[in-house]
Design a protein around this ligand. Structure first.
Ligand code: PEP
Ligand code: MN
Length: 439
């Protein structure tokens, strides 16, 4: 896949040296795939179930991964959080959960401004660790194509660890208690989780006593997702699958196109239309129903269930007004989609301290609005997409653990948008499970 049409591509990094970029891309083109076509096809099947209301998608992870946080502890904590949330949803709502991480590739960020000014000094904005460094320094902010290669290797090592954790016994359902050990004492959500884990243990013991000890409980399927933002990076990692002869982007299982780059005639939508991975598109409150139907037509002309997810991110105050028109029109088109709710990106605000934050109640209110809209229209709420971390950060306000606005400075560690901490994430999963049960 070396020839691509010349199309306008929004939000591309301003690489200062073309030759340097070409060398990095040549290297990327020689490197082995991070994911396999067969895995991507299996994910499309899983997502097809979600499009029919037979499964629920849970995507969680950083806004922006960093090389610095690509450690065993940090990856394990994020994975554990998603697994715990998934157990809550699976058990409480009796629904299979399709588990995905914003992980092993989420290294590129679109920005509202290309430059950042501090104390009169203007530098290139932070564009993700695959492009430049968060440090506010002229050299650190210079886009460096070698970082693309570094992002590939970081993704490979993260995915290797995820595969080991999820296939090697750590994610065994019999470990459901162990994931909570460092957590239960100090939190309401942790205590509630512990009670649920005890019920699961009893059910497992009962099954075992009856002679059933299924091997399905030993492993979990976990998929890697990121925003396909840099066309250079994603194209360099797009390969023809030898089995089917079709192109797949082997940088991750699931790729989504962001709210800022989903122009109908732009490079991103065209790119997504050429690959056979399952893909997503973010849909904000200013999107028109006609525009989204055209995007859906472009990305899913063969009407394959599971191929396309529409990830709506309207904001708590707009979801009930902005979502119905879009859902109705897409539904009437007959193009199958998975409706996913991202309750984070429409609910970002600035705290008095200047921290970018989100309020837990706004996040919940958007998910509630999303469920109500789909219920009233007879479409399926197919999943949630959350920015979270496994650590005890103080980036979002609220939850029963009570991060107060005045606490934000204590552990504000994100490289980009504010994430729910582990306790807030677990609490959200209990609330979403309640919404799922109310079907
Ligand atoms: C994101 O998911 O981090 C993001 C930038 O989202 P959106 O494109 O919806 O603004
Ligand atoms: Mn974000």
């Amino acid at each position: 896949m070396n020839t691509w049409p010349e199309l306008p591509a929004a939000q591309q990094p301003p690489w200062p040296d073309r030759a340097e970029l070409d060398r990095a891309l040549a290297t990327l083109r020689t490197l082995p795939p991070l994911v396999f076509a067969g895995e991507c096809d299996l994910l499309t099947e899983r997502l097809a179930q979600a499009s029919r209301g037979e499964a629920f998608v849970l995507t969680g992870g950083d806004c922006a991964e960093t090389f610095e946080a690509n450690t065993a502890d940090s990856i394990r904590a994020r994975l554990k959080t998603v697994l715990q949330m998934s157990v809550v949803l699976t058990y409480a709502a009796s629904m299979p959960v399709v588990k995905m991480g914003r992980l092993a590739g989420q290294y590129f960020k679109p920005r509202s401004s290309g430059v950042e000014v501090r104390d009169g000094v203007e530098l290139t904005s932070y564009l993700g660790d695959a492009v430049n460094s968060l440090t506010f320094d002229v050299d650190a902010r210079r886009p460096d194509p070698q970082r693309l290669v570094q992002a590939y290797h970081a993704s490979g090592s993260a995915l290797n660890l995820v595969r080991a954790f999820t296939q090697g016994g750590y994610a065994d359902l019999r470990q459901v208690h162990a994931w909570n050990q460092d957590f239960v004492r100090e939190s309401v959500a942790g205590e509630r989780y512990d009670a649920l884990a005890r019920e699961i243990d009893r059910a497992l013991e009962f099954m075992k006593a009856c002679g059933a000890n299924p091997s399905e409980f030993e492993r979990v399927e976990f998929y890697a997702a990121h925003e396909a933002l840099s066309m250079d990076y994603e194209r360099a990692l797009t390969r023809i699958d030898s089995r089917t002869g079709k192109p797949y982007d082997v940088s991750g299982h699931f790729l989504w196109i962001g709210e800022r780059t989903r122009q109908l005639d732009g490079a991103h939508i065209h790119f997504a239309s050429t690959i056979h991975n399952p893909v997503g598109v973010k849909v904000g409150p200013s999107a028109s129903p006609d525009e989204i139907v055209e995007i859906a037509e472009r990305l899913n002309p063969e009407r394959i269930p599971g191929r396309l997810s529409l990830i709506t991110r309207m904001g708590a105050s707009k979801v009930r007004d902005a979502l119905p028109g879009i859902v109705q029109k897409v539904d009437a088109s007959g193009i199958p989609v998975v409706w996913v709710c991202d309750p984070m990106h429409g609910n970002t605000r600035e705290a008095a301290s200047g921290h970018k934050t989100r309020v837990f109640d706004d996040v919940i209110a958007e998910v509630e609005g999303y469920f109500d809209v789909h219920r009233s229209l007879g479409t399926y709420p197919g999943g949630i997409h959350i920015e979270l971390t496994g650590d005890d950060v103080t980036e979002c306000i609220g939850g029963t653990g009570g991060v107060a606005e005045a606490d934000l400075h204590e552990r504000y560690e994100t490289a980009c948008d504010p994430r729910l901490n582990r306790q807030q994430s677990l609490e959200l999963s209990f609330l979403v499970a309640d919404m799922l049960i109310r079907r």
